[in-house]
Design a protein around this ligand. Sequence first.
Ligand SMILES: Cc1ncc(COP(=O)(O)O)c(C=O)c1O
Length: 167
Amino acid sequence: MRELRAVADEVGATLLFDGAHLAGLIAGHAWPNPLAEGAHLLTMSTYKSLGGPPSGLVLTNDADIAARLDAIAFPGLTANFDAAKAAKYYARIGSPAVAAKFVAEFRRVAERLVEYPSIGSRRSRGRRDISMSIFPYTVIYRTSGDTMLVLVVKHDSRRPNYGGSRK
Ligand SMILES: Cc1ncc(COP(=O)(O)O)c(C=O)c1O
């Protein structure tokens, strides 16, 4: 790792260690911590050797990289993930047909928002929200010029400020 880091520094590259299969060994100190060994970034799956729910982690010790990651991942990728997680949840506790119904309902709301961007109720900080029917979810979004950004797809029993820090 240290040799690779030296090469990365020489050419101005960022060194990422893919720990998808090694996360458990790293957490258990049976494999050196790549961040301590020189990697800028460490990625991992949460559901393989960590045995958790399907998700992923991107770790870094570098404040600048963390800020850049935050800007990309929240809310851009996160709101997508909210909806995907909800569908997955319904497939697990219900059936693939229930998950498909969730996706269809989500699509209906998305199409409505495209047609009528200001249909959602006003919230603070320029946000608006619209409830899904059938499923207890609320879509929180904001518009700017002709761009719309979905910030959160929130289960209604989540704490009220869930996703509040997403910009
Ligand atoms: C080496 C490696 N990295 C990353 C991934 C992606 O992991 P995930 O399934 O969490 O997206 C995989 C998946 O098998 C993998 O084998």
